[in-house]
Write a protein of this length. Structure first.
Lengths: 580, 91
């Protein structure tokens, strides 16, 4: 039994056999063979080595010819590693004694070496791991080639172990078979995290070496509450885990009763409690868990996972599906938020040294007006199907908002001329997620219809913390007094201008911050479906007076430690059934 | 059994290329070659094992060669380890 600690990003517990995705994100099946197949299997292995060796020789010659003999010699090492007799003996042993299929034996042996290399103190040696993966990739390509299985065809429940998952991979997952995620990379707000929460699948990220630590077929426990991954747990751990799992399910059931009740405080103050989605089909999960609308539709997922930009019709179909599923409940569609950590074939063209401070989001849209107009047309056309609002992300200065509104006006005019119907009262709002916008909220409030505070970016930019960097991820907290003061600014500006203010970042979905956000006066919370009911339970358990009292107290603290300690304690009292 | 302690002196340590070269030489002989660093003992005819030694500059490696051609094998391996990058070959 081994225990690894990572960052818990999506709550819940799961136990299942692991499938490990290789560096090209294909799974390596744990396959056994019959005794009489041993010779054939060893033959397959020898052929794979020959094939891979041929590739390496060809590469070496090409590099030697094009760049020089010195560089060509680099491949001698790979050649030596590939033909190493000792390695071949180890593979042979697994095939002969354990009856492993060749690909599984290769992957097991190489993983063991990758693990050893990763533990070495010498940095240079740790880099050898890249060679190991490269050799693994070559051999596996010869061994399983086109037969490699993707995640789409799972028959048994599994836990997916990978370096990191891209949005397009997670989009095609079969959620009935995938019980949890565990990844090497990522942080609290990486895509694996967001998608895992949206799909209500437990996930732990930032585990650094989990793909080397786990072999396909190992039994793995993922504890998305505490950020633990347990590899091959002993019996005692399994039974303790089963007990916690039962508790967790009981909590889910008890919260389930809340689903059809409104999100009102004890003294009758109603808060709009909405869901965040990436795909139209997620509307259903939000409604099942009692959302009264969608407060954040992240449309950039339309751009990912495809070779060409989505057409107006692609946009329209997606929006129409979501709006119709909502059956009269409101939706806020955010225009594309590409760049930084989300790329398409188009935005990926720009090589940036500091992408989070670079060409992303509304900045990208304003430079690709054709792309932007296509999306705006589709939103406007879909707006006749149900109450729709449009929201611009990452607005940093008033000029951007004015430009975006001007382009929207152009599109409205075009539709008008063409006689295409749209909602003439379509509300236009901004995401407040850059400190400059928060500080200038009074000016923005005069020129838009609503605010939605995007806490993920607001925290990142206010505290100067890269949320996906494991070394500093611990500093990333919405409980920092500076962040809270910015939120208070924005809420006050919204009240003065009499416009609505929502919070749609991860903070809104963390039950710990619910009372605080209520006390600050936020009108709406938009959260991932996984935590909807917990947030609702907290809203229903306090009065506005109590919430304001808590908020006054919190705003007097000068460190995020005090804030978070106070709020965890409060949450434990209000939501005792929550498994922490 | 012939044995010898050799200090790795080149700046980059016993990195991949000299390790591969070491195994190539060792494999030409019939003798068994073992390399020890502190408590760790590995097969001198496996590149993978040699790399797990992580022999940085300053590391002392203990070579043990056993077999009919042990003396010659040890001599050639020693020569390699004393100057794995040909830094002193006047290049």
């Amino acid at each position: 039994m081994e225990i690894r600690k990572g960052i818990p990003v999506s709550p819940g517990l799961a136990i299942a056999p692991a499938i490990v995705l290789d560096s090209e994100q294909f799974r390596i099946p744990r396959r056994s063979i019959e005794a009489e197949e041993v010779e054939g299997e060893l033959g397959r292995f020898r052929q794979a080595v020959q094939g891979a060796q041929g590739e390496i020789h060809a590469l070496k010659e090409r590099v030697a010819r094009d760049v020089g003999r010195e560089l060509g010699a680099i491949f001698d090492v790979q050649d030596a590693l590939m033909t190493d007799k000792h390695l071949h003996e180890e593979v042979r042993e697994l095939v002969e004694r354990e009856h492993y299929a060749a690909e599984y034996a290769v992957s097991t042996v190489l993983k063991a070496y990758a693990r050893k290399f990763l533990k070495l103190p010498n940095r240079y040696m740790a880099e050898r791991v890249a060679d190991v993966y490269d050799i693994e990739k070559r051999l596996l390509r010869h061994l399983i080639g086109a037969k490699r299985e993707t995640l789409g065809r799972l028959t048994e429940p599994v836990i997916v172990v990978a370096h990191d998952l891209t949005p397009s991979q997670t989009a095609s997952l079969d959620r009935s078979k995938i019980f949890a995620f565990a990844t090497d990379g990522g942080g609290r707000t990486s895509h694996t995290a967001i998608v895992a929460r949206a799909m209500s699948i437990p996930a732990v990220v930032g585990l650094q070496t989990i793909t080397a630590d786990v072999s396909g077929g190992d039994t793995v426990v993922v504890d998305g509450n505490r950020g633990l991954v347990i590899i091959n747990p002993d019996e005692e751990t399994v039974s303790r885990f089963r007990e916690t799992e039962r508790q967790f399910r009981r909590m889910e059931e008890s919260l389930g009763n809340l689903k059809d009740l409104p999100a009102v405080t004890q003294d009758g103050h109603e808060v709009a409690l909405w869901g965040n989605i990436e795909f139209p089909h997620e509307v259903e999960a939000c409604l099942t868990r009692g959302a009264s609308g969608i407060g954040l539709y992240r449309t950039e997922f339309l751009y990912l996972d495809r070779e060409e930009d989505p057409t107006e019709e692609d946009h329209y179909q997606a929006y129409a599906e979501a709006i119709e599923a909502l059956d009269g409940r409101p939706i806020t569609i955010r225009t594309c938020d590409l760049g930084a950590d989300k790329f398409t074939h188009l935005s990926g063209e720009y090589d940036e040294r500091n992408p989070f401070l670079g060409f992303r989001s509304i900045r990208f849209s304003l430079q690709h007006i054709g792309l932007f107009k296509t999306q705006l047309r589709a939103v406007l056309r879909a707006s006749v199907l149900g109450p729709t609002r449009i929201m611009f992300p990452l607005v940093t200065n008033l000029k951007e908002l004015r430009q975006a509104k001007m382009i929207l006006a152009d599109v409205r005019e075009d539709l008008e001329e063409e006689g295409v119907p749209f909602d003439r009262d379509l509300a236009v709002g901004i995401m407040v997620e850059v400190p400059s916008a928060a500080l200038m909220a009074r000016n923005f409030a005069r020129e838009c219809n609503f605010f939605s505070i995007g806490t993920n970016d607001l925290v990142q930019y206010t505290l100067a913390v890269d949320r996906s960097n494991e070394q500093v991820a611990g500093m990333f907290t919405a409980g920092h007094p500076a962040v809270l003061r910015l939120i208070r600014e924005v809420v006050q500006a919204a009240y003065e201008a009499n416009i609505q203010v929502a919070v749609c970042g991860e903070m809104a979905g963390e039950p710990m911050y619910t009372v605080l956000l209520l006390g600050l006066g936020v009108h709406a919370l938009s959260v991932s479906p996984a935590t909807l009911l917990e947030v609702k339970k907290i809203i229903r358990s306090v009065t506005m007076d109590q919430a304001q009292e808590v908020t006054d107290k919190i705003l007097s603290f000068d460190s995020d430690r005090e804030v978070n300690a106070f709020l965890s304690e409060l949450t434990r009292r209000l939501l005792p059934e929550m498994v922490i | 059994m012939p044995t010898r302690d050799i200090e790795i002196t080149n700046a980059t340590g016993l990195h991949a290329r000299p390790a591969a070269k070491f195994v190539e030489i060792a494999s030409r002989f019939r003798s068994q070659v073992a390399v020890r660093k502190n408590d760790q003992r590995v097969n001198g005819k496996s590149v993978w094992d040699m790399l797990t030694l992580d022999a940085a500059a300053g590391t002392v490696l203990h070579l043990e060669v056993e077999g009919e051609d042990a003396e010659e094998c040890l001599a050639q391996l020693t020569e390699l380890l004393r100057d794995p990058d040909h830094e002193r070959a006047g290049a």
